[in-house]
Design a protein around this ligand. Structure first.
Ligand code: SF4
Length: 398
């Protein structure tokens, strides 16, 4: 089966393998929607972003995720500011482009200070006690063997136990941190030193940058913004990611926030960021971070981002508002229940841990075969169907 190049765009259903050995995968949407450029998608409330993870450096998974989610029509891939990660994502995007998909924006994430998205779990396997404290049965940590079994851990390439955390796979969700009764697991900050920002961005040349910020950090934000500007990279958007839950968890003693954080305080900070972006000549995208890195935990996490939207949207500065943090399949039904003014204030959504978790079994299956998911013709239909089911309702929402 061969189709002319002009006709090789995402189509309604799985189309099987072309006779040149490549595939066309499904999108349950009309091309007019699936091919909306990023700015139009934001204006129409149909923007979808895949969050690869600000500290996720699992290159094999990033390449596969970038390919599959580009194919099903996301407008943007949000990644760690790491040359190897960006190169892996570009390989995945090129694979999808070769199959008719539009090229998404490439966004890299930075932070203006300590932030859970920019940390990794760590523990010293030599510090574990000789006798089991809580052995098999704990899903996150087997202290007796020094093996963490969270997302950022697992078996070595030979299938044997791994002692310690696999740093490249850890994206800082923090779920393993309280699992050890001796507190042996600690978090280590992973955000970029100031003197590296401009050169790194000049090397990566992203389409957009996201700055994670927090109440009380206007000065630090301004410094990061100056570093971004110094890169000379022309950006389509400067996304500002901010919420209340991470702020609430911040140590008051650090003096980095007012206490308690309120929607009013957050909106005031967003107005400050708005003025800063305006001075820098950058177009904003406001990412309301409901419950960070939790969309795969359960349906209930979807409420956090929508709750934040309801509280902040009436007070927010101009610019598109995008949901994130706990988002999953339950988010859109919640948005549909909002009153029309609030509903139309939603420019789109970002899917992070839920997007990765839904494809994780297939990613592992492909890795078990020693190859990319993108090259497993028997697994691709299911992978595209899973990814499309998450993304497509947003691409076509009215
Ligand atoms: S559970 Fe979360 S913080 Fe712990 S190793 Fe896995 S990804 Fe990292």
């Amino acid at each position: 089966m061969r189709r002319p190049a002009a006709d090789r765009r995402p189509t309604l259903a799985w189309s099987g393998a072309w006779d040149d050995g490549t595939c066309a995968l499904s999108l349950a949407i009309a091309p007019v929607h699936s091919l909306l450029p990023g700015d139009q998608a934001l204006a129409q409330g149909r923007w979808v972003k895949l969050i690869g993870g600000a500290s996720n450096q699992d290159l094999a998974a990033i390449e596969d995720l970038a390919g599959i989610y580009s194919l099903v029509g996301v407008h943007c891939l949000d990644l760690a500011a790491d040359p190897a990660v960006v190169a892996a994502a570009r390989r995945g995007m090129a694979w999808a482009e070769g199959r008719g998909a539009a090229r998404p924006w490439l966004m890299v994430s930075l932070s203006d200070g300590a932030d859970p998205h920019f940390r990794k779990a760590w523990f010293d396997a030599l510090a574990i006690p000789p006798r089991p404290l809580h052995a098999a049965g704990n899903p996150e940590l087997d202290v007796s063997s020094g093996r963490v079994s969270g997302s950022g851990s697992g078996s070595g390439s030979a299938g044997g136990p791994v002692f310690g955390v696999l740093a490249e796979r850890c994206y800082g969700c923090g779920r393993c941190l309280p699992a050890c009764p001796l507190g042996l697991i600690e978090e280590r900050d992973h955000h970029l030193p100031p003197d590296q920002v401009a050169a790194l961005l000049a090397e990566l040349r992203p389409d957009a940058v996201e700055l994670h910020t927090r109440i009380g950090r206007a000065e630090a934000f301004a410094e990061r913004l100056a570093q971004v500007s110094a890169s000379g990279v022309s950006l389509r958007r400067l996304a500002v990611s901010c919420g209340l839950e991470a702020a609430a968890a911040a140590p008051v003693a650090a003096g980095t926030r007012s206490d308690p954080p309120t929607p009013e305080a957050l909106a005031k900070e967003l107005w400050q960021r708005h003025d800063q972006l305006r001075s820098a000549g950058m177009a904003p995208l406001w990412q309301l971070d409901g419950r960070p890195m939790s969309g795969d935990v359960g349906a209930g996490t979807a409420r956090a981002a929508v709750r934040l939207l309801k509280a902040v949207a009436p007070l927010a500065p101009p610019g598109p508002l995008q949901l994130a943090g706990g988002t999953n399949e339950r988010t859109l039904p919640l948005v549909h229940r909002l009153d029309p003014a609030l509903r139309s204030a939603v420019a789109g959504i970002a899917f992070g841990s839920v997007a990765r978790a839904r494809l994780q079994p297939l990613l592992l299956q492909a890795q078990g075969r020693g190859g990319r998911l993108l090259d497993q013709l028997d697994l691709l239909p299911l992978a595209s169907a899973i990814a499309g089911a998450l993304v497509a309702p947003w691409l076509i929402r009215g």
